[in-house]
Write a protein that binds this ligand. Structure first.
Ligand SMILES: Cc1ncc(COP(=O)(O)O)c(C=O)c1O
Length: 367
């Protein structure tokens, strides 16, 4: 099979034409206003609210800070129930706010925290739940809501993957006490680095704005234990430019997902995440192999052809000594060992997808 000339990585940022970014940025260059909740940051927040159909959004420097800020705002100090099948930032944000992550296993079909296992993990020290909408697949928000009310727990959704996903008639970002999302370069919508906190509680929204700005209120008095979480005008300009191409990005991501699915769904050794296509943004293309050996074979074969999928999420966070004492999470561990995300980004061509799928198929035909 022919070798790929240029490498294909798991993703490439979706970027607006450079001159559009420069046009949007140039007033900031002239005025010298580069940060401090400037006009571009305010415009980006307004435009995002409009496009997402949400009321409030506090932009910040990255998605990890967006997870830490609500933990601080809600003064959570004890145990936070969370998922081991996530990126390390879910867990490290909890640790950095001096709380203790308590893992609960995932549903192997949806990849999300299994709500039927949460109750057993609740103790008198539990103060919150931090579930993740994995690859934008909505968590069982109803079940989590019932538990949070029953035990008086706060819910902070790690919605890093969940931009432009609607669930039960509204944005997935409007569930829980707060949702934290990421605008990292690898995400569906990007500002290079960036993120946001979303809450429908206006007092909490105002508090998050103060925390982002060293704890200052509008009169520049320090009234809160805050830090510097502000997004710059440069990042906001990139966001405003990228927002213009969002409809095309969403359309192409879905097309790519469908193409892969059509070519790979009849293979016995691969399964897919259980999703409802109307509540999914198609920003990732995860495959689950029937064994880790199958995954290794495919990864090796693709790498030989300059194609670099990514084991994501891997490893299962409960196996990392730096974050907690080991506790067995069989579903998450088995999933993390067998999952591989294929390249998915707007510039990926149909031919690229054909090539990747043929390599995967051949890999098994030749065994
Ligand atoms: C599930 C999840 N949570 C949190 C983060 C952290 O976001 P950021 O990289 O913007 O800090 C990421 C992405 O990297 C992520 O995938």
């Amino acid at each position: 099979m022919k070798k790929q000339n240029t490498s294909l990585f798991i993703t490439q940022p979706s970027l607006a034409p450079l001159d559009e970014f420069v046009n949007i940025l140039s007033p900031a260059y002239s005025s010298g206003i580069l940060t401090h909740n400037g006009p571009l940051v305010q415009k980006l927040e307004n435009e995002l609210c409009k496009k997402l159909g949400i009321k409030n959004l506090v932009s910040v420097v990255n998605g990890t800070i967006a997870l830490q800020m609500p933990l601080k705002a809600l003064q959570l100090k004890g145990e936070i129930i969370t998922t081991p099948f996530s990126w390390i930032a879910t867990c490290s944000s909890i640790l950095w706010e001096r709380c203790r992550p308590v893992f609960v296993d995932v549903d192997p079909k949806t990849f999300n925290l299994d709500p039927s296992k949460i109750e057993d993990a609740i103790t008198f020290r539990t103060e919150g739940i931090m579930p993740v909408h994995v690859f934008s697949n909505p968590c069982d928000t109803d079940a989590i809501d019932v538990l949070s009310k029953k035990y008086g727990l706060k819910v902070i959704y790690d919605a890093a993957h969940a931009m432009f996903t609607n669930y039960k008639g509204k944005s997935l970002l409007e569930y829980g006490d707060v949702s934290a999302t990421s605008f990292h370069a690898t995400k569906l919508f990007n500002t290079g680095e960036g993120g946001a906190c979303i809450t429908t509680n206006i007092e909490l929204h105002e508090q998050l704005k103060r925390i982002r700005f060293f704890g200052h209120n509008e009169n520049k008095e320090v009234v809160e234990d805050g830090f510097n979480g502000k997004m710059t005008e440069i990042h906001a300009a990139l966001g405003l430019a990228n927002l213009e191409i969002m409809d095309r990005v969403l359309y192409r991501r879905k097309e790519i997902f469908e193409l892969y699915y059509d070519k790979l769904s009849d293979l016995d050794f691969i399964t897919f995440q259980l999703i409802d296509k109307s509540s999914y943004n198609f920003s990732y293309m995860p495959l689950v192999f029937s064994s880790e050996e199958h995954l290794h074979n495919v990864e090796k074969e693709l790498n030989k052809h300059n194609i670099f999928p990514r084991r994501y999420f891997y490893p299962s966070l409960n196996t990392l000594k730096v974050v907690s004492q080991y506790s067995l999470m069989p579903n998450s561990e088995r999933l993390a060992q067998r999952i591989l995300c294929l390249p998915s980004y707007t510039k990926l061509s149909d031919e690229n997808i054909d090539h990747i799928c043929s390599l995967i198929k051949n890999c098994f035909n030749s065994k």
